[in-house]
Design a binder for this molecule. Structure first.
Ligand SMILES: *Cc1c(COP(=O)(O)O)cnc(C)c1O
Length: 228
C-alpha cells in the first residue's frame, strides 16, 4: 500500500511540475511519518523514500537508531530550545525556526558538535493564531539576525498553510511565500540562500508545487490517517 501511495504522489508531483514548466527533480518529497511505527517507515524506505519528516524530538530519537543511516531526517514541528541538543547531529534540516532565541541555541549546539545546522525560517503566512512561525514582516529581520550566527545556515522558508478543503484557497499564500523568498534573496545576505521552499501537504501539495515549492511534506497521502 505505502509503495502505491508513494508512486501516486510522485505521479502527481510530475503532473504539477508539467503544469508549471518545472522539472520533477526540483521537488523533494518528504514522507511525514509522525506517529507511524518503524515498520511503516521501512516500507517507505524500501519504496525509495530517503527523506522523512517528524514533528517530535522524542520520535526522531526513537526511530533514528532503528533505520538506515542514509535517511535524511527533517524536523518539521515546533522545537523547544532545551531539546535542540538531542537532534542537532541527527537531522539534515530543521524547518521550524521562528525565533532568534531558538536559532541561537541551534548555533550553540551545532558548534558544540562541530556541525553546521541547515535551517528554514517558518513563516505564519496566513497569520493564524493557532500556528507558530514568524510574520511576513519580521521574516527578513530574523533571517539577517540568524545569518550572523556561527554553525547555522538559512536555506529557505517553510510554511504551514491553513487547513482548507479547496487547495486553490491556499494558492495566494504559497505565492506570497515565494515572493517573500525572492525579496530576501535579492538582499544578498552572507551565508543565506533561498534555495528551499518547504510548503504543501497532502491536501494542497500540487498547488504548492505550481507556486514554487521545492519540498513537499506528505503524511496522510503516504501512510494513511493518523489516529491521534
Ligand atoms: C503532519 C504534518 C504534515 C503532513 O500533513 P498531512 O496532511 O498528513 O500530509 C506536514 N507538515 C507538517 C509541519 C506537519 O506537522
Amino acid at each position: 500500500m505505502i509503495k502505491e501511495h508513494i508512486d501516486q504522489v510522485h505521479e502527481n508531483i510530475k503532473k504539477a511540475c508539467a503544469a508549471a514548466g518545472r522539472k520533477p527533480e526540483e521537488v523533494t518529497l518528504i514522507s511525514v511519518s509522525k506517529t507511524k511505527p518503524v515498520a511503516m517507515l521501512r516500507e517507505a524506505y524500501e519504496a525509495g523514500s530517503r527523506d522523512f519528516g517528524e514533528n517530535k524530538v522524542q520520535e526522531i530519537m526513537d526511530k533514528y537508531p532503528n533505520l538506515p543511516a542514509d535517511i535524511r531526517w527533517h524536523m518539521i514541528g515546533h522545537l523547544q530550545r532545551n531539546k535542540v541538543k538531542y537532534i542537532i547531529d541527527k537531522v539534515s534540516l530543521i524547518h521550524s525556526v521562528d525565533s532568534l532565541r531558538l536559532a541561537e541555541e541551534i548555533s550553540t549546539q551545532a558548534n558544540r558538535k562541530q556541525v553546521c545546522a541547515n535551517i528554514l525560517v517558518e513563516v505564519n503566512i496566513a497569520q493564524e493564531e493557532s500556528k507558530f512561525g514568524t510574520s511576513r514582516n519580521e521574516a527578513l529581520q530574523l533571517v539577517e539576525d540568524i545569518s550572523r550566527l556561527p554553525n547555522i545556515s538559512v536555506k529557505g522558508l517553510m510554511t504551514i498553510a491553513p487547513f482548507v478543503t479547496n487547495p486553490e484557497d491556499n494558492r495566494r499564500y504559497f505565492r506570497q511565500i515565494r515572493e517573500l523568498s525572492v525579496d530576501i534573496m535579492e538582499k544578498n545576505i552572507d551565508n543565506v540562500t533561498m534555495s528551499i521552499l518547504s510548503m504543501g501537504m497532502t491536501g494542497d501539495y500540487m498547488v504548492a508545487i505550481e507556486e514554487g515549492a521545492t519540498m513537499v511534506r506528505v503524511g496522510t497521502g503516504i501512510f494513511g490517517e493518523r489516529n491521534t
